[in-house]
Structures are given as C-alpha cells and as structure tokens.
Design a protein around this ligand. Structure first.
Ligand SMILES: [Mn+2]
Length: 313
C-alpha cells in the first residue's frame, strides 16, 4: 500500500505551536518509519503557507508565536484556507493510488479531507473518534471556537456556504456519520446531537466498539450507502488516564487497546478512503505517552486501511 502522509502543522491557522506542533512531533518520533515497517510505501509531505517573517505585513510575530501563521490566524477563514490546500493534496493522492493519511493539529482539517475525497467522486461517510462532539454551531457554542464545530460544519449545520464555496464541500448526510467515544459535550451541543441523524457509540456501552458490537452494526448499515469512510481520530478519544494528549483530554474514554481494536473493526467493516490523526499537543504530554499512543494509532489506521485496499502491500 502506498501512503501519502500529509503533515498539516497548524491549529486554527497558528503554525507549529500547541496542537499545531503535534504533527511535527509525530514525524520526529518516527511516524513514517513505523508505517514503512508495516510494509507500506510512504511519502511524506508538508502543507505550509511558505510565509516568511520578512514578508509578513503585520510585522514581527508576537512573542511566543512562531512564524508561518496563516493570515487571520484563529478565524474560520484561516482554517478554511489551509483546508483548501489539503483538499487538493487529498484529491491528488487518490488519483495517484495513494492512501491519504493526515497529521493535523486540529479537527477542522476534516473539512479539507472530505472535500478532497468528494472531488474524486466518492460518496463518503464519516467515522469520528473524539472525546468531544465537535458538533457545536455558532449558536450553541459557549466558546465560539471554530474547531468545536468541525463535525457540525461537515454535516452542513453551520458554515455551509463557506465550505461549499471555499472547498467545494457538499454537506455529509448525518445518517452517514458515526461518532465514537464522545463524552465531553456542551449542553446545547448534546441536544443537537440527540436530535440529529448521527449514530453515537460510547466507550461505556458494553460491547459498543468491540467486534460484533454497536460500531460494527452501524458500519455494516453504512457500507451499503457510501463508497467508504473518512476515519477521523482525535487522539483525545483516549481516556485521560491512558494519556493526556491535549488540554481537553477527559476521563471515560477508550484504552489504547480498545481504540486500536475499534479502528480494526472499522477497517474490517468498510473501506477507509482517508484518515487523520489530530489534536496532539506535545507540550502537555507526560513522559511521551501520548506520542507513543499516537504512533500505535497510526499503525492501526494503516493496517485497517490496508484491510480493504485492493492494491498490494
Ligand atoms: Mn476534536
């Protein structure tokens, strides 16, 4: 299998700090090598704006921030500009017969990946592992933080015009979405999810993500409706006791073994068209546990994607 490992070292348009530093850390930790040792042919590439300090019309970067931030960093527009670049790379990977595997700082990278898959003509569903719902809209979000709206935007609940015109993204049908491990939900976000067509699978549900459980049943139903899925793994799907991977890590999540097994169940049930590992902030990781877990998750994703990949390893 050919893997195109796409590094997107940003979180909300901010370059290489906080969760935006996660992708680089995974690569420094040997992410490409640990996929090669599975037999995959790996090409690594980075998405960057190429902006230099000298060229920045705003003048010197604020203290503590590295150069390379997107114009208007922190706004949905800055995130969507990066997503548009990502969409092009994902589409190109598909044309080349490569599996697009994205290392991203934040979860709204999903919008770019989905747009890139749709540009190849795929009808795509979503399997989304996350401690959070990412299902807020500007109306329900207590923080107004765009990254907490990624799944809502993907399903057209918000920013619909922006994602359509900026990315060419057509909203994903909520019935084609499986959300696994979400447990830290804002009150109005919870109501939105309950009223939505999204299928939820929790870590607490007995047998939920295990073979033969609710996840597998949901994916079997999905397999008849879509060409395949985009597999989104926010690393905070892991229980905080397993690893603290960002500032929003929460208890009640999956063990690493459970997450690996759920990813394998996904690959055994439905074709994985693309995947992402997101939201790892090296600055809060204790003893490299998050890093080690993330590398294991990347291997699990690659194995799972290979399970239904007709191309030889
Ligand atoms: Mn997330």
């Amino acid at each position: 299998m050919k893997v195109r490992l796409i590094e997107m070292p940003y979180a909300m348009g901010f370059h290489a700090s906080g969760m935006g530093a996660g992708p680089r850390r995974f690569l420094e930790g040997g992410a490409d090598g640990c996929l090669r040792c599975l037999g995959a042919v790996v090409r690594v590439e980075r998405i960057e704006t190429g902006r230099s300090l000298e060229a920045d019309p705003r003048g010197p970067a604020p203290q503590g921030r590295r150069d390379g931030n997107m114009p208007g960093a922190g706004t949905p527009a800055s995130a969507l500009a990066l997503d548009a670049m990502l969409a092009g790379r994902v589409r190109e990977a598909g044309v080349n017969g490569e599996f697009p595997l994205v290392l991203a700082g934040d979860c709204n990278s999903a919008l770019g990946t989905l747009a890139g898959l749709q540009a190849q003509g795929h009808r795509v569903g979503i399997v989304w592992f996350d401690a959070h719902g990412d299902f807020n809209t500007p109306e329900t979000s207590p923080s107004g933080w765009f990254d907490g709206m990624a799944l809502a935007a993907a399903t057209g609940r918000c920013w619909r015009e922006e994602t359509r015109t900026g990315l060419g993204l057509e909203a994903i049908d909520e019935r084609d979405v499986v959300l696994a491990g979400a447990r830290a939900l804002d009150p109005l976000e919870r109501t939105s999810l309950e009223d939505s067509g999204v299928t939820r699978v929790t870590a607490l549900e007995p047998g939920g993500i295990r073979p033969g459980g609710a996840l597998e049943a949901a994916l079997a139903a999905l397999a008849g409706r879509v060409d395949g899925v985009y597999l989104h793994v926010d690393l905070d799907a892991l229980d905080a006791g397993e690893a603290v991977v960002n500032r929003y890590s929460a208890p009640g999540g999956f063990t690493l073994q459970e997450l690996e097994s759920a990813i394998a169940v996904t690959g055994g049930s439905i074709r994985i068209l693309s995947a992402a590992l997101t939201a790892y902030d090296p600055s809060v990781d204790i003893g490299g546990r998050g890093l080690a877990a993330g590398l294991r998750v990347l291997q699990a994703i690659t194995r799972a994607a290979g399970a239904r990949d007709r191309r030889p390893w």
